[in-house]
Design a protein around this ligand. Structure first.
Ligand code: ADP
Ligand code: MG
Length: 394
């Protein structure tokens, strides 16, 4: 897989460069609750400043569904970006029209403007080609950097490349190369750790990884779906009622390793206890209790398998880690994978997964912490991502 990259682009100076970032950050009281998505695209933006390009940023924020939603204007994002860059970022009031064109014509080399939330346009998620053409006509070059949006068939992601020369920014390049390594000749043993809440979203990735990996360690709420499918009593545990049959089949696959014990209790953290999972289906917890974490013996077992791995990929929390005492296994597994980072190629991704890794300060010990949740899962499932296709050398 050969990628057209920003580094390979010559003569950027003075060019108008449209950059599709994913600055879809969580907002709280009108301010950013987390700026990691901004930080992830800083290398690309800083490089373009240094090369004296005229930088036109385009992003979406939230789900305005094709209408102008004042609370989803990008102004707080451009302010936060300006602070991070220590460089002015001019927020434009629109993404199209004469005013925008005039602003862009007047730009000096090294200046940055941010178009308004592109999902205010009903055409963005309709993947409309005239919108992509209008965006492309604002610039000479297109840099796609937001990996977290690369799986979206949206106009600003998938169609601009049809009109102007297009390359991957440093973030997108890093993601494609890092995740690509997992699929192309990964060093063995290759271990996948899959957790999280929604079984349905994990099935395609489990299916795609099965032939490539030596083992898949299952944790999180998806284990409850497996246990339910096998006939265990799971009380008020979170599970996916439509996937219990599919999930139960996984228990019989040799490569899939299930927990041998779980932590059950109340959602508020009270009444927690460890329950071993017997070979024959039984009641694991009562109706007013739920399975909220994998247990200490499972954590030991998973960690010992991770310790022998040469390649590890992790997506999905092992338990309801937002509530003590159900954080233990997620943090322990995060530490085990991070420790293995010295000897193995280790990758993790997914919104909550990354939160857990950052909570214990271990992001730096991973070879790649993917900014993509859905995009990472689709990539690992072997699907074609429109934002990746756009930067591949044909
Ligand atoms: P990611 O965003 O990392 O891909 P998911 O979105 O799949 O992960 O799921 C993460 C969420 O799953 C976490 O917020 C975690 O609290 C929840 N979770 C994991 N295990 C359980 C469980 N046993 N019961 C309830 N919630 C769980
Ligand atoms: Mg999530």
């Amino acid at each position: 897989m050969s990628i057209r990259t920003l580094k390979k682009l010559r003569r950027i100076s003075g060019k108008r460069v449209l950059v599709r970032v994913d600055f879809n950050v969580p907002l709280k009281d009108g301010a950013l609750a987390d700026n990691s998505r901004l930080r992830a695209s800083l290398p690309t933006i800083q490089y373009l400043i240094q090369k004296k390009a005229k930088i036109i940023l385009v992003s979406h924020l939230g789900r305005p569904e094709g209408k102008v939603v004042p609370d989803l204007r990008l102004a707080p994002v451009s302010e936060a970006l300006a602070r991070l860059l220590n460089h002015p970022v001019k927020q434009l009031a629109d993404w199209q029209g004469e005013e925008v064109k005039k602003e862009i014509e007047q730009m000096n080399d090294g200046e940055i403007v941010m178009l308004e939330n592109i999902r205010f346009s009903p055409d963005e998620q309709r993947n409309d080609s005239p919108l992509a053409h209008a965006l492309a006509s604002l610039a000479d070059l297109f840099v796609l950097d937001g990996f977290a949006v690369a799986h979206r068939p949206d106009a600003s992601v998938s169609q601009v490349a049809g009109y102007i020369p297009t390359v991957a920014g440093f973030l997108l390049e890093k993601e494609i190369i890092g995740l690509g390594k997992l699929l192309q000749k990964p060093k063995k043993p290759f271990v996948a750790v899959i957790g999280g809440a929604k079984m349905e979203t994990k099935i395609p990735v489990i299916e795609a990884l099965l032939p490539k990996v030596d083992s898949i360690l299952l944790g999180g709420g998806i284990v409850n779906t497996v246990l339910k499918g096998l006939g265990y009593g799971v009380g008020s545990s979170l599970f996916d009622p439509e996937q219990t049959n599919v999930a139960a089949v996984y228990a019989k696959k040799e490569k899939i390793i299930l927990p041998i014990d779980v932590v059950v209790g109340k959602k508020d953290g009270t009444g927690s206890r460890v329950v071993s999972i017997g070979k024959t289906p039984s009641t694991i917890c009562e109706n007013d209790e739920a399975i909220l974490d994998i247990g200490p013996a499972s954590t030991e077992l998973f960690s010992s398998i991770i310790k022998k791995a040469k390649t590890v990929v992790w997506n999905g929390a092992m338990g309801y880690f937002e509530q003590k005492p159900y954080e233990k296994s997620t943090y322990a597994i995060a530490n085990a994978i991070a420790n293995q980072g010295k000897k193995a190629f280790v990758v993790a991704g997914g919104g909550e997964t990354v939160e857990a890794i950052e909570a214990i300060g271990r992001a730096k010990d991973f070879d790649l912490v993917s900014t993509g949740g859905g995009a990472m899962l689709e990539f690992l499932s072997g699907k074609k991502l429109s934002g990746v296709e756009a930067v591949l050398e044909k």
